[in-house]
Ligand binder design. Structure first.
Ligand code: ZN
Length: 333
């Protein structure tokens, strides 16, 4: 074998031009999805304190925000909703036909017919206790009732025109329940993206601030979501979630968070032929901004380097708040 001094790998890295020939590329904006937050009302655009540069929008202001994202070529958005209606045990406002998400889907699909509109399907922003399922009188989680509620939410989003519904509640059987409901109601072209491997993560803090969806602490109720979201210390159990979601009828599998779980992105990638999405979550977003603000790192470099980690792990679709600034971080396409 050719060795030093004949072999010098640095020759392949010497100039920007040589590196560019062989380096992987950041995926084009069409392979990105921008997650964002919709609230009821009109004329609202309020910055989320723990996620600088990201906002809560009412459906009308969301259209102009999405226009800037679409102009950069970003292919899809993922909407998270809130209600100003009465929160209840089952989160019934989540499937209200005139909810903020349902309104926003209709507006976006008419303004940008080629944009792929995805919706988060969950109950926690609509339940009075903040869990992703109704609670029984004894405070325990009612998984099967949640599946029925989630199917109603997914149907209301599909009826509004969502291209992709993305259930995130981590209830057993939720994919089968939603797929059956979609099929029965003739939504046979609605894609189902499973948050198949969603970990109980400390990286969701800023998101819960944005969504006002932190679980409430009340006697007799679970204090966190570790009872239903995947355990970061049990990768086989987490991987099994994605195997089951595929069997239940998912079209796309997602791993969430992304950067703390690159091994899981790779593991899911290797065990399925379905597309794999990686969700670069709020905490992963905000920690890079915090680092840069402290003067401990360059934000542009941090964003590009961490994104390439997601690419190397094998994600097909990158769901990331950085998508709204695609041109700044990754250049014009
Ligand atoms: Zn939830």
């Amino acid at each position: 074998m050719n060795t030093f001094p004949d072999l010098r790998l640095s020759r392949l890295r010497r100039t920007a031009g040589i590196r560019a020939m062989f380096d992987l590329e950041i995926p084009a904006p069409a392979k990105w999805c921008w997650p964002t937050f919709v609230v009821p009302g009109k004329g609202i655009k309020e910055e989320i304190a723990s996620m600088p540069g990201q906002y809560r929008y009412s459906p009308d202001t969301l259209v102009s925000a999405v226009e800037k994202v679409v102009q950069q070529g970003v292919g899809s958005v993922l909407l998270f909703g809130q209600t100003d209606g009465v929160k209840d045990n089952g989160g019934s406002q989540a499937w209200h036909d005139h909810g903020a998400v349902q309104q926003a889907v209709r507006l976006l699909k008419s303004a940008f017919p080629h944009l792929t509109v995805m919706t988060d399907v969950c109950l926690c922003a609509y339940t009075d206790h903040g869990h992703c399922a109704p609670l029984r009188p004894d405070g325990s989680l009612d998984n099967d009732a949640a599946c029925e509620c989630l199917a109603k939410v997914a149907l209301s989003h599909a009826a509004a025109g969502a291209d992709v519904v993305a259930p995130s509640a981590m209830m057993d059987g939720q994919i089968a329940a939603i797929r059956a409901a979609l099929t029965e109601n003739d939504f046979n072209q609605t894609l189902l993206m499973a948050y198949s491997t969603k970990f109980a993560s400390a990286c969701y803090g800023p998101f819960r601030d944005a969504e006002d969806s932190a679980p409430q602490l009340r006697p007799g109720m679970p204090a966190d979501r570790k009872g239903y979201q995947a355990s970061y210390a049990n990768p086989r159990n987490a991987l099994m979630e994605s195997v089951l979601d595929e069997a239940e009828g998912a079209d796309i599998l997602m791993v969430k968070p992304a950067l703390f779980y690159l091994d899981m992105v790779r593991a899911v990638r290797e065990q399925t032929l379905l597309p794999v999405a990686a969700y670069n979550v709020s905490g992963e977003y905000s920690m890079l901004i915090a680092t840069a603000r402290q003067g401990w790192g360059d934000l542009d470099e941090l964003v590009r380097e961490s994104t390439m980690g997601i690419v190397r792990a094998g994600a097909d679709l990158i769901i990331s708040y950085w998508a709204s600034e695609y041109e700044r971080f990754f250049g014009k396409r």
